[in-house]
Design a protein. Structure first.
Length: 431
């Protein structure tokens, strides 16, 4: 019987999904990215080498694994080619990669508009990466965007490109931005089509063919985190897609019946990049100490991440939305050496205690964390390879997270390397 596993971010992104997806990808027959674009950053470390991925699935390092960029993504062909070139320079040349013909395409004007829209917001900036992801999704849903499959039909692509430029150049000009010439864009995208064309196909058909094969292990990989979900996150400080496991069927082109288990990736504390309310946020020396220990700087942007205590309100909320079966508790070693470690179990807002996040940032910004303290541990745990290797205080912290979230911790990460991974769940060991 095949295994179908979803790995999804359960906080504000940057939870360490790259390491966990890489761990499972080593064992997977297929890895599928089902949403987002090159605004994501997954860092993978093994054999003393560090690799940074943006659009490309984490199974790219295993020649036997089929990697799929599915229809729920927005794909920047220029970025994909550049990413592949970087991997080639690092010796990653043997891989299988396919791109959905139905995936929306990020065009050169999207990043220009992304930056202009952000600048117009003044003090209410979203904190976008300015990669053009939001405008590309906007065009997808306004039915004016181009798709990867269009590149396979040059005459049709030319027709769609002319229509898009007629509209976009008017908008660019009104914003004081340079316009794009048809000949230049068409010529460059035909060059990209020559490189990527053999990889563009109906990936839904490909994925479903694997789902029906016995003993195939399939990993569905999300980008960003659930609190950045366009529907359920801290709107409007969110991304433009739905990172939840619940979006896998639409984003990958499969039936919901195929999903077996969901792993929610969560740091042992919380971080956030960009703007928006962050109830457990820490300031001062402690925040700086955790940031430096955890190297908390954005993979894509390099921006310093905001630091906060583990938020069980967020964890329960995202577990409910995603159907999380297990936590992968990341950067656990970063908390070593602290006298006390705190967990947020509720929000105090307007004289009441809330156990789930409010829908508006106005109310969320008024929320104060209700914290419980747990004894810290002094021991260096980076060499731990089993539950028994952890100090008792560290075990108590894990147990408390399970208690306040209602979800079992199935994986603990005690360092960036593949080997620094403790698998607690027997079911996950079998993947």
């Amino acid at each position: 019987m095949s295994e179908r596993l979803v790995v999804t971010g359960s906080q504000w992104g940057d939870e360490g999904k790259g390491k966990i997806t890489d761990w499972f990808a080593c064992r997977a027959d297929m890895v599928v990215r089902y949403q987002g674009g090159n605004n994501a950053g997954h860092t993978v470390v093994f054999d003393g080498h560090k690799y940074s991925l943006q659009s490309i699935p984490s199974g790219i390092f295993n020649p036997a694994t089929v990697n799929v960029m599915a229809n729920g993504m927005v794909v920047n062909p220029e970025s994909v080619v550049a990413e592949l070139e970087r991997l080639h320079e690092q010796g990653i040349n043997d891989y299988q990669l396919y791109i959905s013909d139905r995936a929306a395409m990020v065009m050169p004007w999207h990043s220009a508009l992304d930056g202009a829209y952000e600048a117009m917001k003044g003090g209410e900036k979203i904190g976008t990466t300015k990669k053009g992801i939001g405008p590309a999704y906007s065009d997808k849903y306004s039915r004016t965007g181009l798709r990867m499959g269009d590149l396979l039909e040059p005459e049709y692509f030319a027709e769609r490109l002319r229509a898009a430029l007629e509209q976009k150049n008017i908008e660019l000009k009104s914003l004081g931005l340079p316009e794009f010439r048809f000949e230049e864009v068409y010529g460059r995208y035909m060059e990209l089509a020559a490189i990527l064309g053999p990889r563009i196909c109906d990936t839904s058909e490909l994925i479903n063919s694997y789902l029906r094969m016995p003993d195939k292990k399939i990993l569905f990989e999300g980008a960003q985190g659930m609190m950045l979900c366009i529907d359920h996150g801290t709107y409007p400080f969110v991304t433009s897609s739905t990172p939840s496991a619940s979006s896998v069927p639409v984003g990958a082109g499969i039936s919901p019946k195929w999903i077996d288990n969901v792993v929610g990736v969560a740091k042992a504390y919380c971080t956030r990049v960009g703007e928006g309310p962050f109830p457990t946020e820490l300031q001062g020396e402690l925040a700086h100490e955790i940031r430096e220990r955890g190297h908390e700087y954005g993979t894509v942007t390099g921006r310093p991440r905001r630091i906060g205590w583990f938020d069980a309100v967020v964890a329960r909320y995202t577990a409910r939305l995603a159907g999380t079966d297990y936590w992968a508790l990341m950067l656990f070693d970063v908390l070593s050496g602290l006298d006390k470690v705190c967990i947020c179990t509720g929000y105090e807002c307007d004289g009441k205690v809330m156990t789930t996040p409010p829908s508006t940032i106005s109310r969320l910004s008024r929320c104060k964390p209700v914290l419980i303290e747990v004894e810290g541990w002094k021991e260096d745990i980076t060499g731990a390879r089993s539950w028994d290797d952890l100090p008792e205080a560290a075990k108590n912290y894990v147990r408390k997270i399970e208690e306040v979230t209602g979800v079992e911790v199935g994986i603990i990460s005690v360092g960036p390397d593949r080997s620094q991974t403790i698998i607690l769940s027997e079911k996950l060991k079998d993947f």
